[in-house]
Ligand binder design. Sequence first.
Ligand SMILES: CCCCCCCCCC/C=C\CCCCC/C=C/C(=O)SCCNC(=O)CCNC(=O)[C@H](O)C(C)(C)COP(=O)(O)OP(=O)(O)OC[C@H]1O[C@@H](n2cnc3c(N)ncnc32)[C@H](O)[C@@H]1OP(=O)(O)O
Ligand SMILES: Cc1cc2nc3c(=O)[nH]c(=O)nc-3n(C[C@H](O)[C@H](O)[C@H](O)COP(=O)(O)OP(=O)(O)OC[C@H]3O[C@@H](n4cnc5c(N)ncnc54)[C@H](O)[C@@H]3O)c2cc1C
Length: 671
Amino acid sequence: MSRYIREGDNPDLTEERRKASFDTEAMAELFWGARNLMRRREIANYVEQHREFDDPQPTAFMTREELIENATRKAVLTMEHAEKAIDITRDEESHYFNALTMGIDGNPFGLHLVMAIPTIMNNADEGQQDEWLPKALNREFIATYAQTEMGHGTNLKKLETTATYDPKTQEFILHSPTITSTKWWPGNLGKSSNYSVVMAQLYSQGKCYGAHPFFVQLRDLRTHKPLPGITVGDIGPKFGINTNDNGFLRFDQVRIPRRSMFMKHAKILPDGTYVPPSHSKLNYSAMVYVRAAVVSLMASHLLACSTIAVRYSCIRRQGEITPGTGEVKVLDYQTQQYRIFPQIARGVAFRLSGNYIIQLYRQTMTDIKNGDISAVPDLHAISCGLKAVTSYQGALGLEQCRMACGGHGYLQASGFPLQYTVAIGACTYEGENMVMLLQTARHLIKMAKAIRSGRPPKPNKVIDYLFKKGPTKCLIDQTYDPNYQSVLEAFEHLSRRVTLEVYDRLVQLQQQGRSYELAWNECAVDLCKATRAHVRTFLAKTFVEEVNKIADISLKSVFQDLLQLYLFYEVTECAAGLLEDGFMSGQQLTYAKKNVYDALAKIRPNAAAIVDSFDISDRELQSVLGRRDGNVYENLLKWAQMSPLNKHDVLPFHHKYLGKMMDEARQKSKL
Ligand SMILES: CCCCCCCCCC/C=C\CCCCC/C=C/C(=O)SCCNC(=O)CCNC(=O)[C@H](O)C(C)(C)COP(=O)(O)OP(=O)(O)OC[C@H]1O[C@@H](n2cnc3c(N)ncnc32)[C@H](O)[C@@H]1OP(=O)(O)O
Ligand SMILES: Cc1cc2nc3c(=O)[nH]c(=O)nc-3n(C[C@H](O)[C@H](O)[C@H](O)COP(=O)(O)OP(=O)(O)OC[C@H]3O[C@@H](n4cnc5c(N)ncnc54)[C@H](O)[C@@H]3O)c2cc1C
């Protein structure tokens, strides 16, 4: 019996769980890996046993100051408990523990862990690492990553903060020369951090060498007051992540020692001589890390929101399908399935590719340490595209899940506002999505040039297909092929065609006299399409490969249903492109649609068990609609009764305004 079924649960949800064709626990093991699943359970138990991690009230009812104080309290507790609760050397355990204890809306260590420490690990030289890393890991300071300025986020070449080297004192002078040079956005900068990685234009011997990272103390270690010459604060409430004190920062001729510059790759010698790095973008590795991590992060958001939507749709009865037979669970509506199940399938696809890209990141960082930088451009290209596509599709998917939950989906109690507002940040941070799509397109255009000139680069799993000659006509038909060769070939065809077409247009525009840059801008929409097609191909191939590795037949069959849905849903999404050149026929599109509907019907009886197997706890979901026990209605009422507005039957200012107005209106009407 499913470990998710307990006495007192909503019977509709229990009925769903009993219908499953597979063992939920075995599926959870397959999804997370046996060891990880066991550790997740142990960590979750640990947190449940320590009630001090509980929020004093739902965070939706807290003011911003209360939110930040509560997050700070829990962050300190988290660090105190970490060594007892988890193996701190395992990232998976840390991320999970942090998510359970601190939630997803931000915490004072967010940027310290995600960007500052990776920058120290990858950009500090040995001496600097010896000095900074133990202190950073030991929480002797909290650092953030200050790169974006009020005037420039994307175009790093135009950052205005300067770091001018003074060989006389062997110091850099940090300065913010204009209002637009004010650092703006860095997470945890406003109030929590006392150190920061600061990106500034490096000047030495009268020459500018471009943006470089520096490690800068911002606040006094004892008083926490900003150091002389430093102005720092919170940028105010935002669309979401209001638990995070995203900040602003200005420097007024602040002097820092020469060794504050990260010197693993580029260096300034004491006399001011600049030593360039082996690759000009090695200083950007922390950004590459977060871009890669976003793929898994989007998977987590999608799987959480589809868990909420599926569970709620199992207990929500509304309307009849066959008149007179009683109200159905809303999950029985095909439209509901069409809204929610593709989000599950995409979540799974993102999880699988997310694992791949993080491995590639780790391998590339190891290669760089060993002096091999050859994988840097490939990692950059695929991580930019994946970050942009998964964050965008993730955002759309979360909104579908919210809308699938009707009016209650619009409540903060649903958990959707928190998930959505956190997730959509990823469309912007770490490189705005259009800009990221265009970065991948740069790589694709190089590949197109190589194809046209008949000189393929050395073999590479991600782009090899571009150099293949695929079928000239789409081979999708009604026969079942577990390798989905014809679908993958269709994606490859579309990617290859769009890439080559936009390349040819780029060349043609230049032949007509445009500069490369102007031609590029005229082709930008299609360049983004090429990236999307390429990323779709990558996600789909990874999904097929991973499903083919599953040994257990009953589990494999569930994954195959999700894979079928994923692939044919994507075919329908890019149908215009496949039909445009006559590669796919209308009849084949009809087959694809039928495959989507068939997959929805196959997934329907397993849906509740599938989302259970993602093993997302109520503590993580923070959702009344998505509760494991399905007891939504009584808990919605309890939740609303906790609203601070309900502390008083009559609001203290009622008689001052509305009461007075109505009294006066009644008086007048009596006259
Ligand atoms: C259970 C689930 C667990 C999941 C794990 C959870 C882990 C936690 C993950 C954390 C998640 C959430 C935390 C949220 C934190 C958010 C914090 C946000 C931080 C920020 O936003 S920091 C600021 C980020 N800013 C940017 O990204 C700026 C974007 N701009 C740029 O990157 C660049 O300017 C550019 C790429 C647009 C262009 O670069 P530029 O310097 O101008 O160079 P060019 O001259 O144009 O290009 C030259 C060539 O260099 C190539 N290039 C550019 N960048 C790189 C790179 N990074 N690596 C390699 N190569 C690069 C470029 O493509 C050019 O190549 P070419 O000439 O074509 O060969
Ligand atoms: C939640 C959140 C957290 C953040 N955390 C941090 C942090 O910790 N540290 C930090 O340093 N920064 C942080 N940022 C800043 C973030 O990295 C930048 O906002 C982001 O890189 C985009 O830069 P921008 O805001 O200057 O947008 P802009 O570059 O001004 O972009 C505006 C619009 O112009 C378009 N555009 C710009 N350039 C191009 C181009 N070359 N081609 C086509 N279109 C273009 C974009 O597509 C976009 O639609 C954060 C931002 C957010 C929202």
